[in-house]
Design a protein around this ligand. Structure first.
Ligand SMILES: Nc1ncnc2c1ncn2[C@@H]1O[C@H](COP(=O)(O)OP(=O)(O)OP(=O)(O)O)[C@@H](O)[C@H]1O
Ligand SMILES: [Mg+2]
Length: 398
């Protein structure tokens, strides 16, 4: 695991519990922005079996990629590390040209991570597949500060919670893989499908401590080292943002995780239009609010020399959720307080795998409270001067 605080290179895996929430869109555009700020950046398509990062970069799928690298000993990593038309930006394609690499082995995953670690660059962004397969988890856990993308709808947020829960378990399992009894204990609780059966992380750590005091300390250390960040994509109203506050509470309470927030992005039809035009969104819609929001996320990554602790330059908003919420409220204010567009009806609220009813109830009631709190906060806040740049991405001047 790479500790971003210590590493000169920032390894940023981008994952989600549910598919289609905007991981690839975020990876491509953040990559372009970071490169435009002069940072040597590599974007890697690790969504094996579903690679499409190239489309968000405005590229065709004609290049050798990770699939070829894994399947042929004759193809070295240098051959799949592709230059792009953007100075400072390299792209590693996925497996579009070869099939059957979706299920790679743990050794292959480790090999790939080691190879990526050796790259002499500032940022390595990993576009991952959705879900909690080991493939995704191990790449996500290649860094302690992975980014989790979610949409504001309950199923997506619950899947995000499920993802984080799985990430913590996977990390504990990896750490205690040579300790048979602890491994078995972790497996038994993770497989337990009874409602409300999964104990809180505090209880799990206590139980691990019973196997030996030092094991308890290690478990605590493993969990506290994880500092994931959430990005809420496709929001349409300010209330949408509040559901992630529920996610934060749930993760803190049940998983002992210190979840941060990098920001929110508006739902924007221009994202789909840019795909049709085969142009990166950040270039096709440079003056949009969403481009400004992406730019703000890129700046947060840049400004913090000790990412994931941030934002260092805005000490009064050391709470990243509060900051993101204010920024988002400010964005809505600037666009006249109107929702982005009608919320689409019926997003198919089915219970995601591994999520229990009580979690949903807790999340929804937290959400209601958050909406009330938010309304009060917004009423009380002076929104000027927080740097939400409508039409000013700062990107055009590069
Ligand atoms: N902010 C946005 N506003 C509107 N549409 C968006 C936005 N972000 C992404 N999209 C659209 O949502 C769809 C899914 O986006 P994307 O492919 O980036 O998601 P993903 O999480 O990478 O999906 P997958 O899990 O399939 O890899 C695409 O059609 C994309 O154009
Ligand atoms: Mg994708």
């Amino acid at each position: 695991m790479i500790f971003c605080e210590q590493a000169r290179r920032k390894f940023i895996p981008i994952a989600s519990g549910k598919g289609g929430v905007g991981k690839s869109m975020l990876t491509a555009n953040l990559g372009i922005l970071l490169a435009a700020y002069g940072k040597r950046t590599v974007v890697v398509d690790l969504d094996l079996g579903g690679s499409n990062l190239h489309t968000y970069l405005g590229l065709k799928n004609t290049r050798l990629g990770i699939g070829n690298f894994l399947q042929s000993k004759d193809i070295g990593f240098e051959r799949i590390l592709q230059e792009t038309e953007h100075p400072n930006l390299w792209f590693v394609p996925g497996d579009v040209l070869v099939s059957g690499t979706a299920a790679i082995t743990a050794a292959q995953r480790r090999g790939l991570i080691r190879r990526l670690e050796k790259l002499d660059v500032d940022f390595v962004l990993l576009d991952l597949g959705s879900g909690t397969h080991h493939n995704v988890m191990d790449f996500f856990l290649a860094s302690n500060c992975g980014v989790l993308v979610t949409n504001p709808q309950s199923p997506s947020v619950l899947n995000a919670y499920g993802f984080l829960k799985n990430a913590v378990f996977r990390e504990l399992q990896r750490r205690f893989s040579s300790h048979k009894k602890i491994s078995e204990y972790l497996k038994s609780i993770q497989n337990d499908s009874q409602p409300n059966a999964t104990p809180k992380l505090t209880e799990i750590v206590e139980r691990i401590r019973k196997f030996g005091k030092s094991h308890g300390a290690v478990a605590e250390e493993v969990v506290s080292a994880l500092k994931p960040f959430v990005v809420v994509n496709m929001i349409r109203t300010i209330e949408d943002f509040t559901i992630v506050n529920g996610l934060r509470e749930l993760t803190e309470r049940n998983l002992m995780l210190d979840l941060g927030c990098l920001g929110a992005l508006f739902h924007d039809e221009a994202v789909v239009l840019s795909l049709r035009e085969q142009k990166p969104f950040i270039e096709a819609a440079e003056q949009s609010f969403t481009a400004a929001q992406l730019n703000r996320i890129a700046q947060k990554l840049l400004q913090s020399p000790r990412f994931p602790e941030m934002p260092l330059s805005l000490e009064e908003y050391a709470d990243s959720f509060e900051l993101a919420q204010i920024e988002t409220a400010n964005d809505f204010e600037r666009r006249g307080g109107e929702p982005v567009s009608e919320t689409e009806p019926g997003s198919g609220v089915s219970m995601p795998e591994g999520i229990q009813d009580s979690d949903l109830v807790a999340l929804i009631s937290a959400q209601k409270q958050e909406i009330e709190d938010l309304k009060t906060t917004i009423r009380n806040l002076t929104l000027g001067g927080q740097g939400a740049p409508g039409g000013q991405t700062g990107f055009g001047g590069r």
